[in-house]
Design a protein around this ligand. Sequence first.
Ligand SMILES: [Zn+2]
Length: 205
Amino acid sequence: MSFSREQAIEDLVLANHILSNEGILEAFGHVSVRDPDNHEHFLLSRSLAPQFVEAKDIMTFDFEGNVIGESDYRPYAERILHAKIYEARPDVHAVCHHHAAALIPFSTTGVPIKPICHIGGMFFEGVPLYDDYDVSDGMLIVNSREGERIARTLGNRRAVLLRGHGVIVVGGEHQRNRHGVHLHYDQCGNSISLNATGRSKVSLL
Ligand SMILES: [Zn+2]
């Protein structure tokens, strides 16, 4: 299914609001979509809490994270992680990076995320862990080399955990990404509950 640029921006604004309302995107998370008019560009808000994002805040970037066109807005520092995933994965049309509390323990304990009910099946390939930070950047993803390493760790899967930081979820189109992010969060919440029972080996896979 293809979208016009206007539809993509409208849906991107809506995705910001939904994911913020659900507590998945807090003040610092961000969600983007590939530009339907130029697949070597992507659309992402200026640096702004997602709940406040409007269409006028959406900026356009290339695969190096450069701003396309004139703008006085300040972009998100971590936009390069979006850029390098879009560059490496032509099939990806949406990227969400967030720091939902339910996921952080999975990034530091080595406990794998596993689907425990049918709706989590979209993550059947597993969720790899990125742990190759440029320490000088304080665990923020702000340079191209690190963005490329994260894209390689993600590989062909739908999500990658960043140790002690958060997660990146990708989708083939942004509706699917919205669902994917939400499902991932729910799955992790369920997995935490399950692990608390001491029966963490229970899973569909
Ligand atoms: Zn982050």
